[in-house]
Design a protein. Structure first.
Length: 425
């Protein structure tokens, strides 16, 4: 606990010192507005939730707040009204729900405003839970294949219900046309792999801590770009981000594992996080697509997996190309996973998000043989003997894996289906 508090204080004190060196005008810069009905090539700007940095807000007397839970401004001795700078016409044009204040947001969610404030830890000074018990997420560390751990933050029932409402009625209505194939309607690992079929050279890169690097201020900027007021965007940002409790445990006695999660960030496990992550990477996709086009290269992204492919000329220019890609990623405030960069040429097995792309879309032979062996053992020893991971519906699990193989290779999928039909369930 003491070590965590030390890291917490070190992280945020350093952040405050870095901010103090910036000019006041830069800190107070407002997010860019969009004039089109759909998201334009927008670079989401950092927008502070600190009331002292908002210059366009109207201050009201201390005994007359403009709405419940309005922010108090020490400089003026009154409350700030952050609900007047929304774009209702833009919200209407996109078919999104209208609200500007916490009470209006609570009414839309059909919950009391006090419960809404409880959900965002409004009553805690740091806007974070005191302990995992008081958090609105279940925290679970899982080991990564190449070392280290990833934090899964699954929302509890109340938070999950709210996030599904935000996803279904706001985020799911935003249509983006970009290189993103993960968690996008009509797209999949297959559409992500298809542009890279039959290419001479494949370059694969990975974004480190993809969700955790999407900060609270970026999420606020996303909602601001949709037309919501600063006040509404701050509350939506709190509802869709997470922060660790002050006494959170970490695996392997490694305090460094906590650093990406100290600030408010997108939780991996929330229904709203995939869409918000794609929106935060929208400009990244535009810039990388432009760079790829200039080099005559194909580019797709599936969540945190970046894939580029091209001819022999692309292979000869890799050193320059990789340098430019890393520069763009840094400028867009993401991080490259240094241990996950791969260059695969046509004489090797080329896979993109688990799909073989050397000559055509195909299934990995190892995956096919593994499923075939499981089905064969199910026939002779019963399916219970093969459900080693304790899947609650092993029938559906195997059926799904066979459908996936059939999508990539129809003939192999049919062979697996014949074996599947011989199992005595």
């Amino acid at each position: 606990m003491g070590l965590f508090k030390f890291l917490f204080n070190l992280f945020f004190s350093g952040k405050q010192q870095s901010l103090s060196g910036k000019s006041a005008s830069r800190r107070r810069r407002k997010p860019e507005k969009i004039t089109r009905a759909k998201l334009s090539p927008l670079r989401f700007k950092k927008s502070s939730h600190d009331s002292s940095t908002v210059r366009t807000s109207v201050s009201t007397p201390a005994d007359n707040p403009p709405y419940r839970f309005a922010r108090y401004d020490i400089k003026t001795g009154g409350f700030l009204d952050l609900s007047k700078d929304g774009d209702s016409e833009r919200i209407s044009s996109m078919g999104l729900p209208q609200f500007s204040t916490p009470e209006e947001l609570a009414n839309w969610l059909d919950i009391p405003v006090g419960k809404l404030a409880w959900l965002i830890h409004r009553f805690e000074e740091t806007h974070r839970p005191e302990s995992p018990k008081h958090a609105h997420y279940h925290f679970h560390w899982i080991a990564k294949r190449h070392g280290g751990h990833r934090l899964i933050e699954a929302p509890k029932s109340h938070a999950k219900m709210i996030q599904y409402r935000i996803y279904e009625e706001i985020l799911d209505r935003i249509m983006l046309r970009s290189a993103a194939h993960g968690f996008a309607a009509g797209r999949s690992i297959v559409t992500n792999a298809m542009p890279h079929v039959g290419q001479y050279c494949l370059l694969k890169m990975d974004l480190e801590n993809f969700y955790a690097n999407v900060s609270f201020s970026r999420v606020i900027s996303i909602f601001r770009s949709l037309g919501y007021s600063r006040e509404a965007s701050i509350w939506l940002g709190h509802l869709t981000t997470s922060s660790l409790p002050t006494n959170m445990n970490f695996p392997d006695k490694n305090p460094g594992a906590l650093l990406p999660y100290l600030r408010h960030h997108l939780p991996q496990g929330a229904p709203t996080s995939p869409v918000l992550a794609n929106l935060s990477a929208y400009v990244l996709d535009l810039r990388l697509s432009g760079l790829a086009k200039a080099f005559g290269v194909n580019y797709t992204r599936y969540a945190d997996d970046l894939t580029f492919s091209g001819s022999k000329d692309f292979s000869n220019s890799l050193s320059v190309f990789i340098t430019l890609v890393k520069k763009i990623i840094r400028e867009e405030r993401f991080k490259v996973h240094v241990n996950k960069q791969k260059i695969i040429r046509k004489n090797q097995r080329q896979t993109v998000t688990g799909v073989v792309v050397n000559d055509k879309i195909n299934v990995n032979r190892k995956t096919y043989d593994q499923i075939k062996a499981i089905l064969w053992n199910c026939i002779h020893s019963g399916p219970e003997s093969q459900n080693r991971d304790n899947h609650p519906d092993f029938y559906a699990h195997l059926s799904g894996r066979i459908s996936h193989v059939k999508q990539l290779n129809k003939n192999r999928g049919e062979k697996l289906k014949q074996l599947f039909d011989q199992i005595s369930w």
